[in-house]
Design a protein. Sequence first.
Length: 294
Amino acid sequence: MRFSTSTVLALVSACGVLASPIEKRQAAAIDDTTILNYALTLEHLENAFYKGALEQFDAAAFASAGFPPWVRERFAQISEHESSHVALLAGALGDVAVQPCTYKFPYTDPKSFAALSAILENVGVSAYLGAAASIMDKEYLTVAGSILTTESRHQAWVSSAVNKNEGWSGPYDTPVGFNVVYSAAAAFITGCPSTNTALPFKAFPALTYDAATGAVTGASDGQYIALYQGLNVATYPIQGGKVMLPTTQGTAYLTATSEKNATLVGDANIVAGPAIVINHFKAEASNPAPSFAY
Ligand SMILES: *[C@@H]1O[C@H](CO)[C@@H](O)[C@H](O)[C@H]1NC(C)=O
């Protein structure tokens, strides 16, 4: 499983006050229609993800995976939410709305589906958060915020009530830029209708990171791994095909970049990614904002 993000964030270091959560190095201004189609692209994916799993795994399959009946029932509610998000965005876009693509998700049973659900919802939250600053129309911003908080509830429920892990990564969620999210989504897309409007985003080559050894593929010595967690970004050098990262909590994203200065990491210098790092942490653990320097 790989994922990651490519956001560029700047924090005022002295007191950790956020200077600007906006990705400054987007190639060009992205118009609202494009952002709505980007959101719709992700919602189509999520909609297909839940519909497909619920078709494939009936109540008995969830029961034999060890889940009580309410787990599948709540997933059915989430599936309805995603359908509604699709209908709302498609309705707003009218004729220019992108149509669903075809997808391939690597789940094989309700357990692996629930694990992937937590990851996809995390990426959804990061996507809306990363796009927020680019939305021009304030009314769209409210709609996007309403979807964002709902996806965040999904993520927290799946992660904690179903998967028995933490319901959050820390005090701040992680904004992720368009291309990094697009790269993560592309891993599940097998084809799209040729009539769909092409979005002005690109998928970066794959990046993998082995947490046990630090081994990296998709990037090489002389390049850096950018680690995004909450509102922080930090870079770490790749040496001997490996990178030494600090211990993170919950979900963090990685990209590979040619840029050492974390405040400059962005589309112009990202060479691969995203990869996703998940470190579950115990209820009794301290869970402050990540303090790694950059
Ligand atoms: C990183 O880039 C920022 C923005 O250009 C700059 O202000 C800062 O001095 C740079 N930091 C280093 C260590 O070069």
